[in-house]
Design a protein around this ligand. Sequence first.
Ligand code: F0G
Length: 366
Amino acid sequence: AQQWRGVIREYAERLPSLEGAPVVTLLEGGTPLIPCEHLSELTGASVYVKYEGLNPTASFKDRGMTAAISAAKRAGARAVICASTGNTSASAAAYAVKAGMTCAVLVPDGKIAMGKLSQAIAHGATLLQVEGNFDDCLTVARKLAESYPVELVNSVNPARIEGQKTAAFEVVDALGDAPDIHVLPVGNAGNITAYWRGYCEYASPTPGVGGEVLAPLATRRPAMWGFQAAGAAPIVLGHPVDEPETVATAIRIGNPASWRQAEAARDESGGLIDSVTDEEILEAHRLLSSTEGVFVEPGSAASIAGLVKMHRAGRVPSGATVVCTVTGHGLKDPQWALRTADGGDVEPVRVPVDAYSVAAALGLDG
Ligand code: F0G
């Protein structure tokens, strides 16, 4: 059998805007939709996680980046720029290298996870820490893209949303239809916008490549549930947050670029956008790693935290099919796993080179 070909080739007929573009790909997408027994038992629903940490640069951004960099290459761009809380920069840097372009990234001062920083540096991006937050970085990146010959590859670039909608296609392809509820973390709000577009296109006749109308592959669309971190919850509060704060640095965003589109996804789908505290995020992070075997970064755990919060509020219908996107891999920002529930640090137990001592330390004696 042929290996997975990346989202542009796998879904070419549903990506008419990329027709004729040279395909710059690291074979992203095709990520597993993992059934979660413990979460299902806890909530009374059939819960799956879409494990986007298994993309080439270990986050969902690769789906959008293959599209944005391919479109930029078609347009003759030689340099790209982005603002990022980390994952976008890692992805942009990798795909720019693959395309033979240069990449500049603007990241917030001191608030990006080590794994993401290493990736951007390893792939040769020019990285600048801006003395401000993500929203400031995006403002500056947009200005530069207007005035200089650099292509902006943040999710305000329409190709990004096109690429990212393929995750919804994969969910329907795997389940045979749309789930009842789709849960995801919300930061700059591009991803909730992209999933909603993907679900809508799969549930209605949709123009594809060459204007050919594609038949629907789903009979329905899910309710979209988005979760922001409580310290960075502008959509929930109804106004921008000047100094967003959360342990989930990926979604530490006070003024999302796709704010209106996120509200449209919520309202058209009969869904909701709510917030979860840092404590709820870290609790969900532990729950997912210790009961399901799935390791994610804190920002990704916001979707699980949201599901648990809604379950506790009695809002998860019994027997519903629920898909939670977990957006980035745990190795991006591994320090959180080394915290104990009471906030201390986990220390490895030291033992001598001796089977009896090891057995005793493991509780295997007697
Ligand atoms: N989860 C992770 C791991 C992310 O990195 C991001 C966004 C989100 C969720 C939120 O997605 O912005 O589409 O609502 N990260 C961006 C970045 C901002 O720069 O890497 P969104």
